[in-house]
Design a protein around this ligand. Structure first.
Ligand code: NAP
Length: 283
C-alpha cells in the first residue's frame, strides 16, 4: 500500500475504508470484511455512532496495532472546550478499545474550535493521538487555524470528487504542509458517477470501473481517499487501483468534470452552520 508522510513524520496509507452511514449493527461485519480484504486505514467518527463496532472488528482481527491507522473525529464542543474535548477523546478511545488513535480530526469548523484544538494539541503531546487535523475547513478557516496555533493540522478531510475537485484548497494545503484527504470520493454515487460516460470510457481503456478510475485519479493527485462499501466485492475492487496509471490526457478529461461546487452542503451557508451547530452528542 502506498502511503503519504504527514507533516510530523507519521505515515498514513493513501487508501482506506470509511464507515459513515454504515448502521452500527452492520459495521463490525463490514470492517472485518474490509480488514480481511487488506484495508489498514479505518475512518470513523464519534458522530457516526459506530466506534464500538469498529473497535470490536479491530480486536477480532488479530492484526497488530502498529499495522493499523485508525482515524476518529471530535464532534462540536462548546466553550471552554478543553475538558469536554478530553472527555470526548477518552470516550472514543474506550469505545474503540484503543489506547491511542493515529489521527484525531476536528469534525466541523464550528463551536469553540480553538479550545478543541488546544486540547487536541495536549492529547498529541501525551501520545493519545499520533496526529491531529481537521475536516470541512475551507481555505480561510484553515489558514486562520494554521497561522494562530502551535501545531499545523496534519490533515484536512474535505468533500473531494470529480465534480468538486478542490484544486485551490489543495494548493493552499500544499503550501502549509497539510495533507488533503477526500471524503465522498464517489460523491456517494451522485451525478451517476458509477456510470458516468467519461469515467467509464477511461476505465475501459484500462479494464477498470469508473469507481477505480476515480480512486486512481485521487491517488495520482496525492489525495488520501477512504471509499465506503458494505460489499466485499466492491471493497476488493476499490483496493485494486495500484496496477494502472491514468495518462495526462485522462487526468485532464477528469479535470473538466469539476463544477466547483458542493454536491452535499456548504459549511459557509448560515443555515448549515445553524443546523450542524445545533447537534450535540451525548458523550
Ligand atoms: P462514498 O465513498 O463517496 O460513496 C459510498 C457509496 O458508493 C456507497 O453507496 C457504496 O455502496 C458505493 N460504492 C462503493 N464502492 C463502489 C463501487 N466500486 N462501485 C459502485 N458503488 C460503490 O461516500 P461516503 O461514505 O460519504 O464517503 C467516504 C467516507 O468519507 C465515509 O465513509 C466517511 O468515513 C468519510 N466522510 C467524512 C465526512 C466528514 O464530514 N469528514 C463526510 C462524509 C464522509 P455499497 O456500500 O453498497 O458498496
Amino acid at each position: 500500500m502506498l502511503s503519504v508522510t504527514l507533516n510530523n513524520g507519521v505515515e498514513m496509507p493513501i487508501l482506506g475504508f470509511g464507515v459513515y452511514q454504515i448502521p452500527s449493527d452492520r459495521t463490525e461485519r463490514a470492517v472485518s470484511d474490509a480488514l480481511a480484504a487488506g484495508y489498514r486505514l479505518l475512518d470513523t467518527a464519534a458522530a457516526y455512532g459506530n466506534e464500538e463496532a469498529v473497535g470490536r472488528a479491530i480486536a477480532a482481527s488479530g492484526i497488530r496495532r502498529e499495522e493499523l491507522f485508525v482515524t476518529t473525529k471530535l464532534w462540536i464542543q462548546d466553550a471552554p472546550a478543553e475538558q469536554n474535548t478530553r472527555r470526548a477523546l477518552e470516550a472514543s478511545l474506550a469505545k474503540l478499545g484503543l489506547d491511542h488513535v493515529d489521527l484525531y480530526l476536528v469534525h466541523q469548523p464550528f463551536g469553540d474550535v480553538y479550545g478543541q484544538w488546544r486540547a487536541m494539541e495536549a492529547a498529541h503531546r501525551e501520545g493519545l493521538v499520533r496526529a491531529i487535523g481537521v475536516a470541512n475547513f475551507y481555505p480561510d478557516r484553515l489558514l486562520d487555524l494554521v497561522l494562530n496555533n502551535e501545531i499545523v493540522p496534519a490533515v484536512n478531510q474535505i468533500e473531494t470528487h470529480p465534480f468538486f475537485q478542490r484544486t485551490t484548497d489543495q494548493a493552499l494545503m500544499r503550501e502549509h504542509g497539510v495533507q488533503h484527504q477526500s471524503w465522498g470520493g464517489f460523491a456517494e454515487g451522485k451525478n451517476e458517477l458509477f456510470t458516468h460516460p467519461v469515467l467509464t470510457a477511461i476505465g475501459k481503456e484500462h479494464d477498470k470501473s469508473a469507481a477505480q478510475v476515480v480512486l486512481r485519479w485521487l491517488i495520482q493527485r496525492a489525495i488520501v481517499t477512504i471509499p465506503k462499501s458494505v460489499d466485499p466485492g466492491r471493497m476488493a475492487q476499490n483496493l485494486d487501483v495500484f496496477d494502472f496509471e491514468l495518462t495526462d490526457a485522462q487526468m485532464a478529461q477528469i479535470a473538466d468534470l469539476d463544477t466547483g461546487t458542493t454536491l452535499f452542503f456548504d459549511h459557509r451557508d448560515p443555515e448549515m452552520v445553524a443546523w450542524l451547530s445545533a447537534r450535540r452528542l451525548d458523550s
